[in-house]
Write a protein that binds this ligand. Structure first.
Ligand code: CP3
Length: 344
């Protein structure tokens, strides 16, 4: 629609900080439990991993939010825990409890027992990428993703989700070498995983460093940023680094070579742009809980973010994933509010 042949999708132009007619919009976790059509498919399997391992279902799920809303990007339907699963950790989901790993990392011996990473074990993910890309119109970009090495290490040490990741944070000081080695192994695995997603048709990639913000700055540089850089070295597609709680370290991320940064809702976008200067794309950053507001206030909140960063180099998104209790209509309000504002 209005896209002349050869014009790259809006999302890719925004990621390259090129001129855009409006700010593109997509939403982290846009395919998920807040959508009744997701819950319908989800109810057909017990373990969430049984959805993730079926490319045809992943394709249907990735397209659900695209059908419902005028979004500028689809994200691969999968999960970050596919990589620990391929390393032999036995990832499964227990109803009402979230992810569980049958084998967790507690010392050097458990590290030695990990399987060598074989990217072919995740062929089902690359097949999902291929299917989704061929089902999408050219104007909608496809984003592939991985957990960052640090965030994957967090789940592998903890053995699942956690409210405070205390086991992981103690291990930082008890056995720093175990975490250095683990994040190194993961950097190599994530790199191969992302390359295969790119080869299958992903046009941009996002690294979810969901738990980077747990770390003191010096350890974040060593155990989160450094392996993340290694994981994306030489990738010739745009990479978005989303470090939740990473607002203090945006300059380090830019200086490390990341061309696009996901910004959580605690950080002011105008400040972020002032600090970083031009040349790095910023993605974000509406508080996901703002979608519980009445439509009028919700529109105002979207307007506030577009005022903070009106121009090129901005990709509108939430500051973290959309929550399961969100009314699907609220996302329609957000998307409409973004799309109805031209870049001046
Ligand atoms: O539209 C999309 O973004 C869908 C693809 C996607 C999922 N997970 C599907 C999913 C993506 C990009 C993820 C990333 C992911 N997975 C992250 C990083 C993103 C973030 O939020 O910071 C993390 C930390 C995970 C690990 C994970 N997966 C957890 C902790 C959980 C359970 C917690 C919860 O929200 O229930 C999941 C499950 C999961 N991944 C669901 C979906 C749709 C819900 C599963 C269900 O229906 O039971």
């Amino acid at each position: 629609m209005g896209l002349s042949p050869g014009t790259p999708p809006l999302l890719l132009r925004a990621l390259a900080c090129e001129p855009v007619e409006r700010v593109p919009v997509w939403v982290m976790r846009q395919a998920g439990r807040y959508l009744p059509e997701y819950r319908e498919l989800r109810s057909q399997v017990d373990d969430f991993m049984d959805l993730v391992r079926r490319p045809e279902l992943c394709c249907t799920l990735a397209l659900q939010p695209i059908r419902r809303y005028d979004l500028d990007a689809a994200i691969l339907f999968s999960d970050i825990l596919t990589v620990p699963d391929a390393l032999g950790c036995g990832v499964h989901f227990v109803a009402g409890e979230g992810p569980r790993l049958r084998r967790r990392i507690e010392d050097g011996a458990s590290l030695a027992r990990l399987d060598a990473f074989d990217p072919a074990r995740l062929d089902y993910v690359y097949e999902a990428v291929e299917r989704i890309r061929s089902a999408l119109p050219d104007s909608v970009a496809l984003i592939g993703f991985s957990g960052s090495p640090w965030t994957l290490a967090a789940y592998m040490v903890e053995g699942g989700g956690s409210s405070d990741f205390a086991r992981l944070r103690a291990l930082l000081y008890q056995q720093p070498d175990t975490l250095r080695e683990l994040t190194g192994i993961l950097a190599g695995a994530v790199r191969e995983y992302l390359l295969a997603q790119r080869d299958a048709g992903a046009q941009a990639l996002q690294l979810f460093d969901t738990w980077g913000g747990l770390l003191p700055g010096h350890l974040w540089r060593e155990l989160s940023l450094r392996p993340a850089c290694e994981a994306v070295r030489g990738l010739d597609v745009p990479v978005i680094l989303f470090t939740k709680g990473g607002g203090l370290w945006l300059e380090d991320m830019r200086d490390a070579g990341f061309g696009a940064l996901g910004i959580d809702w605690t950080c002011d976008l105008a400040d972020a742009r002032r600090r970083l200067g031009e040349g790095v794309a910023l993605q974000g950053n509406l508080d996901p809980l703002a979608l519980r507001a009445a439509p009028g206030l919700l529109r105002e909140e979207v307007g506030r973010i577009l005022d903070a960063h009106p121009g090129p180099g901005h990709i509108f998104n939430l500051g973290h994933g959309i929550t399961p209790a969100t009314d699907p209509e609220a996302l329609a309000v957000v998307v409409d509010a973004v799309r109805s504002r031209a870049v001046t």
